[in-house]
Write a protein that binds this ligand. Structure first.
Ligand SMILES: Nc1ncnc2c1ncn2[C@@H]1O[C@H](COP(=O)(O)OP(=O)(O)OP(=O)(O)O)[C@@H](O)[C@H]1O
Ligand SMILES: [Mg+2]
Length: 484
């Protein structure tokens, strides 16, 4: 307990600046004697105000404790440090004449521990398994996404240097760096979260940090059925396509669930196959025993960049049975098409696009922008012969993800790539700001049917009969359209 608590390098914020004198419950309830005491709304507002004051006071105490810490606090044992903080906090409270219950005291200690060892004010959000995104827009605004819905939080940082400290800690954990000469970074934390940070400049209003969480475990195919992302029949079909080694592209908007679906579908790959994964930021979690994982590397610090394109090219010399590319964003697209065409069928990737057709336009654009001097008709022929299936997933109004189309690529007609929907989701309306609709089989038997049968997929022709499928989220009382 001989720790020197006051570190003159760090300023102490006087507690009185922020907490006022209304924290303890007797003072707070003293304000409740207004004529509006019986009024629920007024009481609610008063409660919010008191909670706000209490939160500010906790923050002040945290700052004060943190400012007093010795410079080597991060080298101490966290449990030991917590005990020391507890003693010091009690003394601070005595000096202040303030009361904090045990839970609040623990919160303050946890806040300091998060400042020393963790991610500061983001600590509680990072521990909340229900959040899928944490979005920090400068020091004073933090949004989160929960169950597909974005909302603001009361979480703030003290100032820009405070936020920068947290960003630097996150980034340095991943072995990458961020500073004035490298103001943008993409990385993956040890818990699997993907982060993107960008400093000022180019971020105009202060540092921006976007954290994509993946929960304690990735969503499985069963989870996607349970939460009605797709119908059982659609999953059966996709599982058969994966096992039959069809080349699959998953298209969708940002955060629509492309990587999650890719992960879930990858479970259907036979464990005897040698699979190569290539990503900008490693996110794919394969369960098979024979997986080689590669991650692109940005250049800088005298290190040469290693691009996705180089990795795809290199992978072709590694005898993979399948290649999984996390996301096609540029020059690797052409390489991927060639890989799909040259004995690496069963390859899969994702692409930012808002429909299966747009997925092809995007690929075409990416190849042209990278200087691929192939005539458009030849490129389209190559795309149509390389890709067998395009799955389109989208985030619906209300936050749910739906596989809105599973389209088979059937070839080209003139210059146009032809496709046919085998399954789709039809939105029928919006109830209480939530999109409702149903999945359906379109009645088209896919051209790959024979291939699926030859691979032992065991899907009967009736499987593709036109009908509405169970699942989706239909309004109560809605009746199936096709009489099934
Ligand atoms: N089908 C789903 N149901 C519920 N939540 C989902 C589903 N798919 C994804 N999510 C959640 O949504 C978030 C985004 O998912 P994911 O990273 O798979 O999207 P993405 O389309 O690959 O995003 P990006 O465009 O940023 O690469 C994750 O936190 C994930 O847990
Ligand atoms: Mg993704």
């Amino acid at each position: 307990m001989s720790t020197v608590w006051h570190n003159p390098q760090r300023p102490i914020t006087p507690a009185a600046d922020l907490h006022g004198d209304s924290l303890d419950s007797s003072t707070a309830s003293g304000n409740g004697s207004s004529p509006a005491a019986g009024n629920g709304a007024a009481r609610g507002a008063e409660r919010d105000e008191r909670a706000d004051v209490a939160a500010k006071y906790r923050r002040t105490l945290c700052r004060q404790l943190y400012a007093e810490l010795p410079a080597d606090a991060a080298q101490q044992d966290p449990d030991e440090l917590s005990l020391q903080l507890e003693v010091r906090l009690e003394s601070l409270l005595r000096d202040d004449g303030a009361l904090l219950d045990d839970a609040d005291q623990q919160t303050v200690i946890d806040m300091v521990i998060d400042e020393v060892f963790g991610f500061g004010p983001l600590g509680p959000l990072m521990r909340d398994a229900e959040l899928s995104d944490i979005l920090v827009n400068g020091p004073f605004q933090v949004f989160v996404e929960k169950k597909g819905q974005l909302s603001t939080t009361g979480v703030t940082f003290d100032d820009v240097p405070h936020l920068l400290r947290v960003i630097e800690r996150m980034v340095s954990q991943t072995g990458r760096r961020i500073d004035a000469s490298h103001p943008m970074v993409d990385a993956r934390l040890t818990d699997g979260s993907r982060i993107n940070a960008i400093l000022n400049p180019p971020a105009i209003n202060g540092p921006l940090l976007s954290i994509r969480r993946f929960g304690s475990r990735p969503l499985t195919a069963d989870d996607l059925i349970k939460n009605q992302t797709l119908a059982c029949e659609m999953l059966d079909f996709l599982a058969a396509c994966v096992r039959t080694r069809l080349n699959i592209v998953i298209a969708g908007g940002t955060g629509s669930g492309k990587t999650t679906l890719l992960n879930a579908l990858s479970r259907f790959i036979r464990s005897s196959e040698r699979i190569a994964t290539i990503e900008d930021t490693a996110e794919i979690e394969l369960q098979q025993p024979h997986v080689v994982k590669m991650e692109a590397r940005p250049g800088g610090d005298g290190r040469a960049a290693i691009t996705m394109r180089e990795l795809v090219k290199n992978t072709l010399r590694m005898r993979p049975d399948r290649i999984i590319i996390g996301e096609c964003r540029g020059a690797e697209t052409l390489e991927m098409l060639q890989a799909m065409n040259t004995g690496h069928d069963g390859s899969m990737t994702t692409i930012h696009a808002n429909s299966p057709r747009e997925a092809f336009s995007r690929m075409e654009l990416m190849i042209c922008l990278e200087g691929g001097d192939i005539p458009v008709w030849a490129l389209r022929k190559q795309m149509a012969s390389s890709i067998d299936l395009v799955i389109h997933i989208s985030r619906q109004l209300g936050g749910a993800r739906k596989v809105v189309s599973i389209a088979e690529v059937t070839g080209t007609e003139g210059d146009v790539i032809s496709m046919q929907d085998i399954f789709r989701y039809e939105q029928t309306g919006v109830v209480n700001d939530v999109a409702v609709g149903h999945f359906e089989a379109t009645g088209i038997r896919p051209n790959c049917f024979e291939r699926l049968a030859a691979a032992g997929a065991g899907l009967a022709p009736q499987f593709f009969m036109r009908r509405q499928l169970a699942g989706g989220n239909q309004p109560a009382g809605a009746s199936p359209r096709f009489g099934v």
